[in-house]
Design a protein around this ligand. Structure first.
Ligand SMILES: [Fe+2]
Length: 204
């Protein structure tokens, strides 16, 4: 059976502070949906790709497998990104602060590291829960499907590609990072974190 990724229109945020509806609209309608559509196209082609011609220098099978993870992770990360933006839920719960403090020293140190990761990489700054160690980590990536660590649960995704902020801020990334932090749905983060901690109890 062919896999299919369904577009999640219900995660599209609106009326955020410092990130305009126009910016969100371009990002959601063009970029996010573009990844989902290409992923579905790849999944339609993959079952019929000629496995006997698989080749590491170039083959249709290799290209499809390569772009499968690019578009899969592109779809997934964007859903996490949009879902985590909700101005009304933007105060940080004590339980989340405590977890960030245990892994980074303090909430402020985590913010500093998370934003610096967003400046140092071309694609994403990602807060993940590492099931191997039970610690939170910030991961920077240049593309959707590189630099991940195995057995880590995604908690919060910050998109730093130019397409995420150029409509509002042109080449200035710093004010966009501040705007993102003002709109984080900490309720959403807390839920993800609690699920990850339960998984860690099973996993360790
Ligand atoms: Fe994006």
């Amino acid at each position: 059976m062919t896999d299919k990724w369904n577009i999640k229109d219900n995660v599209k945020p609106k009326d955020l502070e410092g990130i305009s509806n126009q910016q969100i609209d371009y990002h959601f309608e063009t970029h996010y949906k573009g990844y989902v559509n290409k992923l579905n196209e790849i999944w339609e082609k993959l079952p019929n790709a000629d496995r006997s011609k698989a080749n590491q220098n170039y083959s249709e099978f290799r290209e499809l497998k390569n772009e499968e993870t690019f578009n899969y992770d592109g779809s997934l990360l964007h859903e996490y990104y949009f879902q985590a933006l909700h101005k009304a839920e933007s105060s940080v719960p004590e339980s989340v602060k405590k977890e960030l403090e245990a892994s980074f020293g303090s909430y402020e140190k985590w913010v500093e590291d998370f934003k610096a990761t967003g400046v140092a990489f071309r694609g994403w700054s990602l807060l993940v829960f590492d099931l191997n160690t039970g610690k939170l980590r910030n991961i920077g990536t240049d593309a959707h499907n590189n630099n991940g660590i195995w057995n880590a649960v995604l908690i919060l995704a910050l998109d730093v590609y130019e397409h995420a902020y150029y409509t509002d801020y042109g080449p200035k990334r710093a004010p966009y990072l501040d705007a993102f932090m003002k709109n984080v749905s900490w309720k959403h983060v807390e839920e993800r974190l609690n699920k990850a901690k339960k998984m860690y109890e099973i996993f360790k």
